[in-house]
Design a protein. Sequence first.
Length: 484
Amino acid sequence: MSNKINKNFLLLWMLMIGVGSGAVEFTAHQFSSEHQFALYRSWLAYGKYSTQVPTRFFPTCIEADFSQDAENSTVVKYQWQHRKITSQQEVVPLLHQVTSSSTKDAVNYFEEWLYRLHSQDSLFVLRFYHPEIMQVQWDFLTNDAAVSSLRKTLSDSHSRLHIYDFSLDASWLVLRGNAPDGGEITFRIDTSLPIAPMVQKMHQDEEQSIHPAVRPLPSTRRFRRPAAPTLPKPVPAETVDVSAPTHQEITPSLPARGLFEYISSTYKQERFRELLHNKIPDFEKFLQEDFPRATITRNGAIYTISPQDSTLIPGDIAIEVNRRKDGYFVHPASTYSMEGSTFTLPSGETFSLAALTPYQQTLFRPLLARFIYQHRAIGSRLFNFLLEQNNSPVTLVVRGAQEGLFQPPSYASLLLMLNSYLQGWRSYYTIGDIRCIDGGIEFRGFLTLMHPEKKIEHNAEIYYRMNNDCKVTLILMTLHINEG
């Protein structure tokens, strides 16, 4: 590897110290089952938490910070697969000093159990407790009797159990917490058991149980959608029916060679977007063929493309289409808004630019919509209209069954390479906190690339640095490949 690549890679790797974040409000479709969503709502109801909280995205989980007041906060970890939340647990920071895999499985079980202990309905915690895995001692009460009494005592005061110490005793993980009566409660978890598959079986049993009733919570809509934009010549919104297209929908086949092999053999190729503006006779038909499973609406010259499946990472695209003598010209819709330092897309997604100077905000604001929409269009021909020909240096780190480090000619070439391989796939993308560090702008992107039918998806974390003039200077993409 050349010195230049080494230097760029080390600089980009330093960006990973910061954790990308945003604010997420979960909906039922973002959970793997009705039971997981019922558990989520029950936990919120017990703590009387807000439904929209600061979050941090990671390849296999999301962490959210819930606060009851300035002194009491709880971190919740949501494990996710295929963009769906599969389990929920309260993080006990003290326990994350453990290193062995068997002990970590014990910690995960306890944190899932603790989450259920602090839910509104006692059935969640009682069904998830198994004395063969965890022994409980509280004064003269043990196991099921101790758990039932603890649950009732905590529920009466809406208080929480706090773990203040742990130790390892042979194959046992021993936890000590503050009991509601001021005494001590002890938990002993047998780490010699195959806890991970046992917990998986518990999840399956939970799915078949009757869901406890949970009192209504405030609306859990993820975004508050702003009023429809005012156009010069208002045209009633027209919904284009794509549920029954006139052509036969074709499911994209999986290429013969895997994505890693494709990257390693073609990453040096410099690529350019295809010019399509004069090759499209009917733009609405073009969109229907490009997004056969999406809902497409039109309001005047503004088209909105919304994926049918809800996702933790959004996928809405809003574009403005103008037809001239020499063809169609497409740009990101200018229907976003800016109030104070908050940038809002037509879908209602908000991004804070408060960390930027007024000069940086002026330059960054018009770039943001295109930046987001070009990533959400990966896998479609529309991508060629939205791609910004970004020649910034980029380092690509691939993780999975095969791993490697690559430096494509430019970021645009990297995105074009992915778009070429993943035609017909769906893309979801958002960005975390936008920060001003050492005179430059840094933020983190989260990209999910999903096959529309097969349960195959690839996930990427992307770190960006811009200079004071909002020119991208460094990019690091870490691509997690799952060939299925």
